[in-house]
Write a protein that binds this ligand. Sequence first.
Ligand code: GUN
Ligand code: ZN
Length: 448
Amino acid sequence: MSFDANLAGMPSSARPTALRGPALTFTGDPFRDGLERTLVHEPDAIVAMQDGRITHFGPAARVAPLLPAGTEIRDFGKDALISAGFIDTHVHFPQTTMIASHGAQLLDWLDRYTFPAELKFADRVHTRRVARAFLRENLRNGITTSCVYCSVHAHSADILFEEAEALGLRLAAGKVLMDRNAPEALRDNVQTGYDDSLALIRKWHGRGRLLYAITPRFAGTSSPEQLAAAGALWRNHPDCLMQTHIAETQAEVAWISELFPDRANYLDVYDHHGLCGRGAVFGHGIWLGDDELRRLHAADAAISHCPTSNFFLGSGLFDIARAKQADRPVRVGLGTDIGAGTSFSILQTLNEAYKAAQLNRHPLSAAHAYYLATRGSAAAMHLEDKVGSIAPGMEADLVVLDMRSTPLIAFRMDEARDFAEQLFIQMILGDDRAVRATYVAGRLAHDR
Ligand code: GUN
Ligand code: ZN
């Protein structure tokens, strides 16, 4: 896939600027190659950037003499941590309005809370207000790229793309395709869903840093004909992403097998309609069988792990160690899944990912968790050559964490014995207060 970004004309840093402080990044996948070969921790680093890209990265003593004259250096001090911006591979921006809705599991929750909230996106003024609030929350939490479900309304994608473009964000999004099992006013049909998605692809895909994600909500709300149309659209535009939900709850899996009795399993429903391949991001995947995981590996498709959502809806425990099994590893990214998810904070999402792993008896190391939040999620979207790590040539999307953001964290950090422990403290105790600054294409986009 080629997502060649044209950063020219985007809001970005024209002047060379640099950040100084401790830094963490990954050069590869620690699940596959181990931390020794992939983790880079630089206790006193300089990250320099110009025209939206990273130009230099390394120990301050080595990099400082190489910087162009006039480079402005912002020193965050030793209690900071500079990382690639966080990436959210599964989120519904309209659901910012109904996060924290009580008492239902997935299918009831959709009917009782989600669809009524999404109906309000017929109104463009409401849509823009929510899109702005959503992107503001992302930046407050250090999220610089996300893969976003809009509502069924084509203008919901237009408006989100307009707002993301104004901020210079690299973001993927798509209008939801949904032609059955939803309120009449939230349904498109095979033709309008196809035509609207095609028009959005032509307008937005590859414009600046924006990408289109073809978005059949899930097999429960798309007819076989709509899934086939989505598959045809993806075949004609293979460098788009494709996102949908899969195997989130047992009741959903049972319902899908009733709706598609001829298919071997849930993934086969999508595969049969041309919706399993490179660039597919499947939300949840808790209840996938080994055959399905093998097929995802072979297709180079990804799963978005959404732990706060899975606990909130009582959906189940995603087993990341199983998904990463060495003979058929699947690309796995991290998702907030707002509004079933309960936090925009990626640190809090990692906290819950750790607990899910604990309950599966495969404790997740802090470093593996930060990989998931950055380069791993970039890889889930096949963007690891653009974002998700700190290296010259990469797009300059960065988050700077304050490692002493609350009295308790500061107190606990004084007892930390090593860097791994410091990282773990942040992901268990930290939240939006830990995000000191967020940079988008080299430009300061949030400063606490
Ligand atoms: N499955 C289909 N639609 C949705 C949604 O909006 N949220 C979640 N968590 N699961 C879904
Ligand atoms: Zn979702």
